[in-house]
Design a protein around this ligand. Structure first.
Ligand code: UDP
Length: 334
């Protein structure tokens, strides 16, 4: 146990979700007490295994404050609760702005009222927007293309303002593509509806759905499909532990990419799934999905310098293998 959180409470807003459950486990593994705040809009009760739970809907300012009051001596707050599906955000921006921006505002107000000063915020590479400047540096101009990215950038700006005016200490983690599952097989990616490439392709390999669609095969990339940087969810959880340690060492504000630096195309993902599962993935080429960017991969150096973070679990085979093990359990496959 490299960093000891014994006796420290950390509030995990969105702790019942995919990344949140892995963060809770990592905090418990380091001796801390993860308190999950969630409304189960996309998280799962069965994913809350490592600490107390409170029903909290961030859109309700008064009840959010009441929940925070119960844990007003918490060491830190991790904010992961948000609407994330890029395509849905394009069709229903109202729900995205309400859930993400108003929700984050209510969270920041509760923290301000209670003088809770340490916040780790899950932002995204989607805040950068379309650019040929790869790998992406944190200094890159942020000009998000999707509603999802726009809501996350608005929250980044709010957090910076609260830092400047009220002394909030924060670490904004700009995740690239969260993927894989905990090695225990107990927790993993379970969105409903599922919109993400890897679980959809695994379901296609398992014969649980018909042909999948690959959105866009005419992008300006070597095989014509989009390129993303897949980071194992256990590495993302580890980045949060690095962040809590950085707070303990006096860090007051930073924005860092959480990625591997490796770009992988959608078809390369399908190939690795075929290799790991030994099963074919049937797909049709489909039109581009609104909101998608051509390529996104991180420069991971700043996370290493500022947080001492490097990815350890993110080779693509391990990502697919752990996701496959988790989904085989969920789907009751032999
Ligand atoms: N994608 C796809 N078919 C699907 C789901 C996703 O071709 O059924 C593509 C999507 O258009 C993007 C990439 O896979 O190019 C990664 O999408 P995902 O939703 O997994 O993550 P995002 O990058 O949007 O956060």
């Amino acid at each position: 146990m490299a960093f000891d959180l014994t006796g420290k409470t950390v509030i995990i807003v969105g702790g019942a979700g995919y990344i949140g459950a892995h963060v809770c486990k990592a905090i418990a593994d380091h001796g801390g007490i993860p308190v999950t705040f969630d409304n189960f809009s996309s998280g799962h009760e069965h994913a809350v295994k490592w600490g107390p739970f409170e029903t909290v809907d961030l859109r309700d300012k008064a009840s959010t404050l009441e929940a925070f009051k119960k844990y007003k001596t918490a060491h830190s707050v991790v904010h992961l609760a948000s609407s994330i599906e890029v395509g849905i955000g394009e069709k229903d921006p109202s729900g995205f702005y309400e859930n993400n921006v108003i929700g984050a505002f209510n969270l920041l107000e509760a923290m301000r009222e209670l003088a809770l000063t340490n916040l780790i915020f899950s932002s995204t590479c989607a805040t950068y927007g379309e650019t040929d400047q790869m790998p992406l540096l944190e200094s890159q101009v942020q000009n998000p293309f999707s509603v999802y990215g726009k809501t996350k950038l608005a929250i980044e700006h709010m957090i910076q303002s609260y830092h400047n005016a009220y002394g909030l200490a924060y670490i904004t983690l700009r995740y690239f593509n969260a993927s894989g599952a905990d090695s225990s097989g107990l927790i993993g990616e379970e969105h409903d509806p599922e919109t993400h490439l890897i679980p959809i392709a695994l379901a296609a390999a398992a014969g649980l759905r018909g042909k999948m669609k690959i959105f866009g095969t005419d992008y300006d990339t070597p095989d014509g499909t989009c390129i993303r940087d897949y980071i194992h969810v256990s590495d993302i959880a580890g980045a949060h532990i690095c962040g809590l340690k950085a707070f303990a060492n006096g860090l007051k504000s930073t924005e860092v990419n959480i990625g591997t630096g490796q770009g992988v195309s959608n078809l390369e993902i399908l190939q690795m799934i075929e290799t790991v599962t030994g099963l074919p993935v049937a797909y049709d080429a489909a039109p581009r999905r609104a909101g998608d960017l051509t390529r996104l991969y991180a420069d991971p150096e700043r996370a290493k310098e500022v947080l001492g973070f490097t990815a350890k679990h993110s080779n693509l085979e391990n990502i697919i293998q752990t996701a496959w093990t988790f989904h085989r359990g969920v789907w009751n496959l032999k």
